[in-house]
Design a protein around this ligand. Structure first.
Ligand SMILES: Nc1nc2c(ncn2[C@@H]2O[C@H](COP(=O)(O)OP(=O)(O)OP(=O)(O)O)[C@@H](O)[C@H]2O)c(=O)[nH]1
Ligand SMILES: [Mg+2]
Length: 360
């Protein structure tokens, strides 16, 4: 014991009195915690035994920036990979306030009531500022949080979109190996995160409300085009008639888009996440979609394409980050930027200078 403590970083040097701030009991606690860190094999076994605590711990490793944690995370992912893929992945987007959290609560509860196991994840690069929108509104998912067949995880924060996307994809694998058969990925309908989510899910659901124009809802045409279904939420009270009208309009708008390679014709439906009406119909649409794409092989094909895409994305990300964090390059980059600004060198020649330096 004495020997061990001497080697520990908490009590490094003989003859130097222990600072008061490190009282004996906290040292013991830290040592115990370190000893209690489960190994990769233990976490894999836990995940495969559908233990949510093991799943959470493994996700924390995936989200860590510590190199040792990443190595352990990779080991766990590799161990889980053969058990993943047995799920359907649904992306949900819509502008802030449209009712995503309320909808996911109602939809998630509906899914667990018909025997599904639901994992809810988020891709939200803006959460660096808001500290994770899902975390903040776990209160909006009160019932789902308590449901033993559901698992809710806020998005990794303090990251680039590429970083969050990678972590979310790896988290999907862990959730699937843990027995979750329906993965819901939420994202806020502003900016690039939709494209990232679209490329990691099988089905993309766009949540809208009636009465607000497209500008107001901040939805770009591209996002409409990605949607496999549009669900008009808040179809309750005075809003029912307006929601029905919006349904007709969106249906018309959807027909203007080119046919999808899945063979699926996107449709529009209404619901009230608040009153929990129309939720079963949303599920029916999604179930129909999966029946179609599993029979025409589009499901498999899309997942293969997504895997290829993410492999290339990872290479691109790593190459870029290696280049820009290279100590010599970062100082040369500044010099060359200035030279380009003062017209001493052309942008192309400056870029070639840097690349030549890097590849030497
Ligand atoms: N009337 C009505 N109100 C709803 C419905 N769904 C959500 N709301 C309300 O709309 C507001 C926003 O709902 P959220 O579920 O937080 O919306 P969100 O899309 O998750 O918002 P962000 O997390 O900010 O992006 C809340 O006050 C909800 O109570 C609905 O079906 N009907
Ligand atoms: Mg929300």
């Amino acid at each position: 014991m004495e020997e061990n403590q001497k080697k520990s970083a908490l009590k490094e040097k003989d003859g130097i009195p222990q600072p008061e701030i490190l009282n004996a009991s906290s040292v013991q606690k830290v040592l115990l915690k370190r000893k209690n860190q489960p190994s990769a094999e233990e976490l894999i076994a836990g995940i495969l035994a559908q233990d949510k605590v093991a799943l959470s711990r493994a996700i924390t490793l995936v989200e860590s920036t510590n190199i040792e944690h990443l190595a352990k995370a990779n080991e766990i992912i590799n161990g889980c990979l053969p058990h993943a893929n047995q799920s359907i992945r649904i992306g949900i987007t819509g502008v802030p306030g449209v009712g995503k959290s309320t909808f996911i609560e109602a939809f998630g509860k509906y899914l667990t009531s018909i025997g599904k196991k639901v994992a809810v994840l988020a891709v939200d690069p803006s959460s660096t500022i808001s500290h994770g929108s899902i975390l903040g509104d776990k209160t909006r998912m009160e019932e789902l949080v308590k449901d033993e067949n559901a698992f809710i995880r806020p998005s990794a924060s303090g990251e680039t979109l590429g970083g969050v996307a990678r972590k979310t994809r790896e988290t999907i694998i862990l959730c699937e190996a843990c027995g979750f058969d329906t993965i819901i990925i939420e994202t806020v309908g502003v900016g690039q995160s939709e494209t990232a989510v679209h490329s990691m899910v099988d089905f993309f659901l766009l949540l809208k409300i009636s009465g607000a124009g497209d500008e107001l809802q901040g939805i770009k045409r591209g996002i409409m085009e990605m949607a496999d279904t549009i669900v008009i939420n808040k179809a309750d009270g005075d809003n029912v008639a307006k929601a029905k009208l919006a349904k007709t309009e969106f249906n018309r708008a959807l027909h203007l888009f080119p046919a999808k390679s899945s063979g699926w014709i996107p449709n529009v439906t209404t619901c009230s996440a608040f009153e929990k009406t129309g939720i079963d119909n949303v599920w029916k649409i999604i179930a129909d979609y999966f029946e179609l794409v599993k029979s025409n092989n589009y499901f498999e094909e899309k997942r293969q394409n997504q895997n290829q895409f993410w492999m290339m994305e990872t290479i691109n990300e790593q190459l870029k980050s290696h280049f820009y964090t290279h100590p010599e390059i970062s100082s040369l980059l500044e010099e060359n930027k200035k030279a380009v600004q003062s017209n001493e060198i052309s942008p192309f020649a400056a870029a070639m200078n840097l690349l030549e330096k890097y590849f030497k």
